[in-house]
Design a protein around this ligand. Sequence first.
Ligand code: COA
Length: 276
Amino acid sequence: MLSSRFRDSDLTAANLGMSYELLLYSVSDRIATITVNRPDKLNALSAALIGELGTAIDAAVADPSVGGVILTGAGRAFVAGADISELAGQTPMGAVTRARRGQEIFGRFERSPKPTIAAVNGFALGGGCELAMACHLRIASEFAKFGQPEVKLGIIPGYGGTQRLPRLVGTGRALQLLMTAEVIDATEAYRIGLVNKVVPGTDLLPTATAMLTAMMANGPLAVRACIDAVVRGQDMSLGDALAYEAAHFGTLSSTADMAEGMQAFLEKRAPGFSGA
Ligand code: COA
């Protein structure tokens, strides 16, 4: 039984007894920051690191004191891809299992009911670009570099890159990046719609924080419904997705948040959402 002195804000990963070796996890001002922390290997995604990412996003989603998530990297890389030293010896069935596990764990960032922002500080190559694309938004430092160079290794992306990249930038541009293995800078990534914003390196985390803070001031159930309608809607026919949107629209009309949001507008004051 939790003691009465136990507060929601104590439900950090550390307090839940989780320990991380390959990433840092902290909560401040309702934002969980997950920092991939294997800088000597440019944050290459080992199987163990992917497991820790799954634990961290689960902790953030479960923690009622967290309203949103920033994912970033330590050092000069966001993530320079899957750990090639692990891929080198993989068997065909082992590779399928690796891809399916990575896809499922990356999918948790996309399915998170709380907004997830990738703050891309440097190289986002291969699995790093795929991880950034699994987040709801991407903010890039001017030093960031993006690419899917897997074909240079004789493989293709296995953590969702062939599916999320064309959804973000269109089929032609996605195939260009996938088949040439070209690495692009942040300006080009912005131009093609791969990132939402490019900022000076020192502004990266402040910009991601400001954007999340703005989202967290809105009705949390409505923000959650935006994520769900967009993410699930992509797997539906347009007709089904429109019906799904309408169902969310209807459900939100039963919430205290809708009553509060509209009342606050009519009374010309800021809303105080309860998430109910
Ligand atoms: N897997 C395993 N190790 C990696 C890695 C990866 N994806 N990316 C970088 N590293 C390691 C390097 O092996 C090196 O380790 P070492 O110091 O023990 O030799 C360390 O990280 C630093 O990388 P290095 O290549 O020396 O840095 P660089 O500045 O010369 O080049 C990159 C940077 C990103 C261009 C280069 O590391 C690279 O091409 N990485 C692989 C990118 C890739 O193909 N990703 C898709 C994988 S499916």
